[in-house]
Design a binder for this molecule. Structure first.
Ligand SMILES: C[S@@+](CC[C@H](N)C(=O)[O-])C[C@H]1O[C@@H](n2cnc3c(N)ncnc32)[C@H](O)[C@@H]1O
Length: 343
């Protein structure tokens, strides 16, 4: 992390390591952030992404929800021998002491057992000192089809996300998405300034958006949710919010003349009283129409639907274009898709 300040902005390649449980969604989240930063994904080897982006992407990569870490990519190789040879030819951007760590991915096809020691010796020969317990610079080697060595710039502490899970919030409702997923939904909308959640519940999605510095707008049909969401937002230091008691199928009335940059939401699935007496599919259709009418041209909507509702067809009928669709099995009786649509 300390290295980031000194890093050159041009002439570098980056990498990201995504989480394994929703890999397509995680990859597309990285892609969305790079689109905002003016970069692109240049290659993928299982959970390792090679990024054609430079230091301008850091503030966007810092937003990621479904990644383990990102860093500067130093070299790629097709064999351990090639990796060690190339490692002797590059200048390693080590600050202070270092340590080599290998990440043996599921598809790793190289023998990397002794690699930390061998690569450590090559880098050590450039005058850097190893510190295994508290290194200043962490060199990461990923083994998949190929081999990739880089310098970690930021790792996302899972405890930070875990600490915002539903039962740690002052206003607790067990209906919330995992904070990492909420974060990813916000990012998949490519929001730069604001996000609306018309079924905000306890405000989990808005919390993640607010922590990114976005202005958040929320709606819920139940007064206790509006109060609770506000309590949660304030608890996490978020002040730039606008919450309304109201109906997600009547957004034009709630926000007259307003066109939102982005919408991210998780509607009720009809498994409890959260449908507020409405027929589920009818609620979804009317909410989609209402969201379409308050979303700016080109704006994105990221949302979940249970798998037995054809979100793609229903949103398409209204005029939304599908950008991404990701399957998740939640438990025995609930599976869902996350969708990203563009208006
Ligand atoms: C699944 S929860 C949302 C959870 C939220 N995304 C979170 O992470 O905390 C759905 C919410 O939609 C609200 N709701 C149900 N029908 C609604 C409607 N017609 N308009 C607005 N909100 C509604 C429910 O009161 C409930 O709080």
């Amino acid at each position: 992390m300390t290295r980031r300040q000194g890093i050159k902005v041009g002439d570098i390649m980056l990498y990201a390591e995504i989480l394994g449980n929703l890999p397509k969604m995680a990859r597309d989240e990285v892609m969305a952030m790079l689109e905002l930063a003016g970069g692109r994904i240049a290659g993928q080897d299982y959970l390792f992404l090679k990024l054609d982006a430079d230091g301008k992407a850091f503030p966007y990569l810092d937003r990621l929800g479904l990644s383990h870490e990102y860093g500067e990519l130093i070299l790629e190789a097709d064999s351990v021998e090639e990796l060690l040879r190339k490692a002797g030819e590059v200048e390693w951007p080590v600050k202070g002491t270092f340590k080599v760590d290998t990440e043996t991915m599921f598809n790793c096809r190289h023998d990397v057992r002794d690699l930390p020691r061998k690569l450590g010796a090559v880098i050590g020969a450039q005058g850097f000192r190893v510190n295994l317990s508290k290194p200043d610079t962490l060199i990461r080697v990923y083994c998949g089809e190929g081999l990739y060595a880089g310098v970690r710039l930021r790792s996302f502490n899972p405890k930070e996300f875990e600490g915002r899970k539903a039962h740690y919030r002052p206003f607790f409702r067990p209906i919330s998405l995992h904070p990492r997923i909420s974060r990813a939904l916000v990012n998949l909308t490519k929001a730069r300034t604001e996000v609306l959640d018309p079924f905000m519940g306890a405000g989990g999605i808005l919390m993640e958006a607010g922590l990114l510095g976005l202005k958040v707008y929320g709606v819920d049909i139940r007064p206790e949710m509006v109060e609770g969401a506000e309590m949660n937002l304030r608890h996490y230091g978020i002040r730039n919010y606008h919450l309304r008691l109201g109906d997600a199928t009547k957004l034009e009335e709630l926000f007259p003349g307003k066109r939102f940059e982005a919408i991210a939401t998780d509607p009720p699935y009809g498994t409890s009283a959260t449908l507020a007496g409405r027929e589920r599919d009818d609620l979804y259709r009317k909410a989609l129409e209402s969201m379409y009418s308050v979303l700016r041209e080109g704006g994105r909507l990221a949302m979940a639907f249970p798998a037995n509702f054809d979100g793609e067809a229903e949103a398409g009928r209204i005029g939304f274009r599908l950008v991404g669709k990701y399957y998740q099995r939640v438990h025995k009786s609930l599976d869902r898709y996350f969708y990203v649509f563009k208006r």
